[in-house]
Ligand binder design. Sequence first.
Ligand code: FBP
Length: 262
Amino acid sequence: MLPIDDSPIVRDGKSLILAMDHGLEHGPVDFEDVPEKLDPATVFETATHDAVTAMAVQKGIAEGYYPSYEDDVNLLLKLNGTSNLWMGEPDSPVNCTVDYAAELGADAVGFTVYSGSNHEVEMYEEFRDAQESARDHDLPMVMWSYPRGQGLKNDTKPSTISYATRLALEIGADIAKVKYPGDPDAMEHACKAAGDMNVVMSGGSKTSDYDFLSTVEAAVNAGCTGLAVGRNVWQRENPTHILDALEKVIFEEETADAALEA
Ligand code: FBP
């Protein structure tokens, strides 16, 4: 872990990463209720909101759309990613090198690691290469730390999430992105297990404004330095409204109630 407070993807020690790699990870099904969002430019527009410190996308989306937004959006280039069509043990092929991410203008790189999968050994080796190359380019490494695989029956239980944050620190991530373990005490323990490394909560499938913001509030109070979110923002009719509220909860440390009243 290196100090990353000066990175553009961190503001006042916090991050709000807008993720849109779902077309690869889940397929176009995630855009069914918001068909206009199939056009990646619409989500880049959302990412120009002041609260968003970076947008996480795959290489092809960055190539096609980032040039029009490079003055207004910080790019977090996701280096690996897999489709939902793959039915084997969790794995995630490397689709982009750090060199090419840097060429595309990335401010940070992202990498999924499925610890516990039968493919863990290869994934750690791929992560090592990417992490060391990211160091050469002075790019922060955001790790989607998702323990998963046939040996793990429950991938959000407290001991799994604290293991996820700790192993991310150990293998050289600068920010770990993890699922919420269900309660604030478990989240607090997971943040402590990460030492001084930043931990951001993963957004998950769409819920109500209040449920979503209260979970974010709980995560921030527990020590999370922000959020990496996709569906809970761009699947909404009005992403600006939820981003206004997230800005209050994450950066101004307001309650979910206060943020929604404004
Ligand atoms: P969401 O906030 O929509 O859950 O997005 C976060 C994210 O990590 C995306 O980057 C990724 O596409 C997706 O979740 C993967 O989710 P999962 O592997 O749990 O289906």
